[in-house]
Ligand binder design. Structure first.
Ligand SMILES: Nc1ncnc2c1ncn2[C@@H]1O[C@H](COP(=O)(O)OP(=O)(O)OP(=O)(O)O)[C@@H](O)[C@H]1O
Length: 615
C-alpha cells in the first residue's frame, strides 16, 4: 500500500487529524469574505439560516395537511358538511414555504457567485502585492516557490469554497437541530438514534479526509513537477528545443509516471473511503427502516396521527440526508484548509522591513566601495564571493572578467541589494548600502542582466519599463532607443514603438536575440537619472559593429557616472579604467588593460587567446 502518512519533514499539524482541524481556517476565510463584502456576507448568513429552518417547517405543515385531510374525510363520513378551507389554506402555506426554500437557495447561489468573483480578485491581488515585497532569494527557494504557485493556482475558488462549505455545514446543522426538536416530540430516543446512526460515517469521513489532507501535502513536489512538465511541453518558449531534441515522448513519459504514482495512492484512499462509506451508509439505511417500523407501529396503536407519521418519517429521512451532506462538506473542507494554510503561510512570510532611510551619503565623491565582502547563496556549500575589496569612483568604469560561474553576476546582485553580503560591507557615497532607502538606491542604478526580461508588451513599453515615472513617455523612449542602437530596427517594425512583442498576444512580433538585447540596453538607458550603470554581458548577442558603437555611446554617456561591465569580449573590456579578474569568487588580478598585459598573468593569457582568434 502506498504511504498515506507523510514522509519525514512534511508538516502535518496534529490538528489536521482532529475533528477541529476542519475548522482551522474557517474563521479566517470568513474574515476574508466579511472584509470583501459585508452586505453579501450578511445576506449569505441570513439566507443560510432561512434555508436551514424552512425544511422543518415544510415537514411540519405537511403533517398538518395530512391530519386536516384525515379529519375532513372523517367528518364527511360522519355526514358533516364538507369544509375544505383549512386543507387548502395549509396546502397554500406549504407551497409558500417550498417557494421560500427555493428562493433562499437561489439567493445563496447568487451571493456565492458574486462573492466568488470579488473574493478571487481580492485574494489574487493580495498574493501579487505580497510578491512585490519579496526578495529575490524567495523566488529562488523551491519550497517557497511551490507555496506561491499553489496559492495562485486556486486563489479564485478555495477561500469561497471553504466559506460555502462552512455555511453549508451551519445550514445542515440548523436543519438537524430543527428536525431534532420536532422529532423529540415523538421520542428523544429517536433523536439519539438519528445522531448515533450518522456518527460512524462522520468519524470515518473525518479520518479519511485527514489522510487526504496529508496526501496532498506530501505529494506537492510531484504535482509541481507535473505542472512544470506541462509548461515545458506546451509552451512556445520551450517548443523549439523540445522539438529539435525530440524530448516530447521522454517528458510525456515522466508526466505519465508521476500520474501513475499519484494515482495508486489516490485509488487506495478512494477505495477505502468509498468502501467504508458504503458499509457505514448501510448502518444508516438499516436504522431508517427500523425507525420506520417503530413509527408505523406507534401510529397503528394510535399514539400518533397519520400526519405525524409522515412528518417523522420525512424528518428522519431528511435528517440522514443532512448528515451525509455535512459529511461531504467536511471532506471538502480538509482540502480547502490545505489551500488556506498554504495561502496564509505564503502571505505571512516574513519580509525584512525596508532597512534604510538614507537618501544621500556623506561623501558623494567616494563612489562604490566593497570592503572584504563575502557571500554564500542560501543552501550552497561554497561561497560565491570571498574577501572582495573594490573601489570605483564616479566617472570610472570597471570591467569584470572571469570564467563562467566565477561570481561576476553575484557581485552585481550584491551591489543592487538583491542579496546582502554575509560579511563585509558595500558602501555607496561613503554610506553602507543597507542604510540607503531602497527606492533612492534603485533610482541610482540602471542594470541589465544577462537574463533580462522580455515583456510581452509593446516595444515602447519594453523600453519605458526602465523608468516607471516615464513609462509612457514617447520622447524618452526615442532617446533611450537611440542610445541603445535600437532605433533603426524599431523603425522597420510595422507599428514602430507600438508594435506588440512576443507571441502571447495577437500580432505579436518575435525579435532576434540581438534585437531584444538592444531593447534591453535602451531600457537601461531610460534610467537617465541613474549614475551607476551596470551591464551584465550586454552585447553578447550583438554584432561587432553594433557593439563598438554602443560602447562609444556608453563611454560618452558615462562621463560622470560609474559604469560596470561584465563581458567575455576583451575588445570591450580593454576600454575600462579598471579591470578585475575573478576566479572562484576571489579577485585574482586588477589594474587597467596595459598594466594587466604587462603583468603577464591570467588576463594577459586570456587576452592573447582571444586576440589569436582574430588574427
Ligand atoms: N541563485 C543562486 N543560488 C545558488 N547558487 C547560485 C545562484 N546563482 C549563482 N549561483 C552559483 O554562484 C556561483 C557564481 O555565479 P555567478 O552567476 O555569479 O557567475 P558568473 O561569473 O556571473 O558566471 P557567467 O559568466 O556564467 O555569467 C556559481 O557557482 C553558481 O553556480
Amino acid at each position: 500500500m502506498p504511504p498515506i502518512a507523510p514522509p519525514p519533514g512534511a508538516d502535518t499539524n496534529a490538528t489536521a487529524h482532529s475533528f477541529l482541524g476542519v475548522f482551522r481556517f474557517s474563521g479566517r476565510a470568513l474574515e476574508l469574505v466579511w472584509s470583501t463584502s459585508r452586505r453579501l456576507t450578511v445576506a449569505l448568513g441570513l439566507l443560510t439560516i432561512a434555508a436551514g429552518l424552512l425544511p422543518a417547517g415544510v415537514a411540519w405543515v405537511g403533517a398538518l395537511i395530512v391530519d386536516a385531510v384525515v379529519a375532513a374525510s372523517r367528518a364527511v363520513s360522519a355526514g358533516e358538511p364538507l369544509v375544505l378551507t383549512p386543507v387548502y389554506g395549509l396546502i397554500a402555506l406549504e407551497a409558500g414555504l417550498v417557494m421560500a426554500v427555493a428562493g433562499a437557495q437561489r439567493g445563496i447561489s447568487l451571493c456565492q457567485s458574486l462573492l466568488r468573483a470579488q473574493l478571487g480578485q481580492r485574494v489574487n491581488v493580495m498574493i501579487l502585492e505580497k510578491a512585490l515585497t519579496l526578495q529575490l532569494a524567495h523566488f529562488e527557494d523551491s519550497e517557497f516557490y511551490d507555496k506561491l504557485t499553489r496559492a495562485r493556482r486556486e486563489a479564485s475558488s478555495r477561500p469561497l469554497s471553504l466559506v460555502n462549505r462552512t455555511f453549508g455545514l451551519v445550514q445542515n446543522g440548523i436543519s438537524l437541530v430543527s428536525y431534532g426538536v420536532l422529532l423529540a416530540q415523538f421520542s428523544p430516543w429517536a433523536v439519539l438514534v438519528l445522531v448515533l446512526a450518522g456518527l460512524p460515517s462522520f468519524l470515518a469521513e473525518t479520518r479519511f479526509s485527514g489522510d487526504a489532507f496529508s496526501l496532498f501535502r506530501w505529494r506537492s513536489p510531484d504535482t509541481r513537477m507535473q505542472m512544470y512538465l506541462e509548461t515545458v511541453i506546451a509552451r512556445e518558449d520551450h517548443a523549439k528545443e523540445v522539438k529539435l531534441y525530440g524530448l516530447g515522448p521522454l517528458l510525456l513519459d515522466r508526466y505519465r509516471g508521476i500520474f501513475g504514482k499519484l494515482y495508486s495512492a489516490d485509488r487506495d484512499l478512494a477505495i477505502r473511503r468509498d468502501g467504508w462509506g458504503f458499509v457505514l451508509g448501510l448502518v444508516g439505511t438499516v436504522t431508517l427502516y427500523v425507525a420506520y417500523g417503530w413509527i408505523a407501529m406507534t401510529t397503528i396503536v394510535g399514539r400518533i396521527t397519520l400526519g405525524q407519521m409522515t412528518m417523522y418519517l420525512m424528518l428522519f429521512r431528511q435528517g440522514q440526508a443532512a448528515v451525509s451532506a455535512s459529511l461531504s462538506a467536511i471532506g471538502g473542507m480538509y482540502e480547502d484548509n490545505l489551500y488556506l494554510s498554504t495561502l496564509y503561510e505564503y502571505l505571512e512570510t516574513p519580509v525584512p522591513a525596508n532597512r534604510g532611510i538614507a537618501e544621500t551619503g556623506p561623501d558623494p565623491s567616494d563612489g562604490i566601495r566593497f570592503e572584504n565582502v563575502s557571500f554564500t547563496y542560501p543552501g550552497a556549500d561554497t561561497p560565491a564571493l570571498q574577501g572582495i575589496d573594490l573601489h570605483i569612483r564616479p566617472g570610472e568604469s570597471l570591467a569584470l572578467v572571469g570564467q563562467n560561474g566565477s561570481g561576476k553576476t553575484t557581485l552585481i546582485k550584491l551591489l543592487t541589494r538583491l542579496y546582502s553580503p554575509d560579511t563585509g560591507r558595500i558602501l555607496l557615497d561613503g554610506r553602507d548600502l543597507q542604510e540607503w532607502d531602497e527606492a533612492t538606491l534603485l533610482q541610482r542604478i540602471g542594470v541589465i542582466f544577462q537574463d533580462f526580461a522580455r515583456y510581452q508588451m509593446r516595444v515602447g513599453e519594453n523600453v519605458g519599463a526602465g523608468d516607471v515615472a516615464h513609462f509612457e513617455n514617447r520622447e524618452r523612449w526615442q532617446e533611450a532607443a537611440d542610445m541603445g542602437m535600437a532605433t533603426p530596427f524599431i523603425e522597420t517594425l510595422p507599428a514602430g514603438f507600438d508594435t506588440q512583442l512576443g507571441k502571447w498576444f495577437r500580432e505579436g512580433r518575435e525579435l532576434s536575440g540581438g534585437q531584444w538585447q538592444k531593447i534591453a540596453l535602451a531600457r537601461a538607458f531610460m534610467r537617465s537619472r541613474a549614475d551607476i550603470l551596470v551591464l551584465d554581458e550586454p552585447t553578447a548577442a550583438m554584432d561587432a559593429a553594433a557593439e563598438a558603437t554602443i560602447f562609444e555611446h556608453f563611454r560618452k554617456l558615462t562621463h560622470n557616472r560609474i559604469a560596470i561591465l561584465i563581458s567575455h569580449r576583451f575588445s570591450t573590456v580593454r576600454m575600462a579604467d579598471q579591470i578585475i579578474v575573478i576566479q572562484d569568487g576571489r579577485i585574482i588580478e586588477r589594474g587597467n588593460h596595459e598594466q594587466l598585459i604587462a603583468a603577464d598573468g591570467h588576463y594577459a593569457h586570456l587576452f592573447s587567446l582571444q586576440a589569436q582568434g582574430y588574427r
